[in-house]
Write a protein that binds this ligand. Structure first.
Ligand SMILES: [Zn+2]
Length: 133
């Protein structure tokens, strides 16, 4: 529906958040607003290669269906500003992310495997419960 506006101001700000090394290995592209509705939408998964300088990690942005990662959209250098809070419709997570030029396949394969198994189980459960009606 709405396309992802290049939030260049945010990208420039992120250069100060990440260390020079992380800025150098990534691009100024940011993922825009991340939101999921009923488990369908874009979501970050993974946690790889923590940076010793600025503490950022590599996370991959996925298009998700019922919380299961389906399509890898891009890998990012990702840094949370506040401690992550989890809650039902909880506060929005404050984070900065900078897109890496390539997908981080080392992270994507296991995420995909786990996500696919979870999705298959979810679909089986839906069919099983649906069939009993
Ligand atoms: Zn760094």
């Amino acid at each position: 529906m709405s396309d992802i506006a290049p939030s260049s101001q945010r990208a420039v700000a992120s250069r100060a958040i990440f260390c020079a090394h992380c800025v150098a290995e990534s691009t100024d592209r940011t993922p825009g607003a991340i939101s999921t509705t009923n488990g369908i939408g874009r979501k970050f998964y993974g946690n790889a290669m923590p940076c010793p300088e600025c503490g950022s990690v590599i996370r991959t942005l996925w298009w998700c269906f019922i919380e299961a990662p389906v399509i890898p959209l891009g890998s990012y250098r990702y840094k949370t500003l506040e401690p992550e809070t989890y809650g039902f419709l909880g506060p929005r997570q404050q984070f900065y992310s900078r897109r890496l030029p390539d997908l981080h396949w080392q992270q994507i394969w296991p995420t995909w495997a786990i996500g696919t198994v979870a999705a298959v189980l979810a679909v089986c459960a839906i069919i099983a419960f649906g069939g009993r009606r």
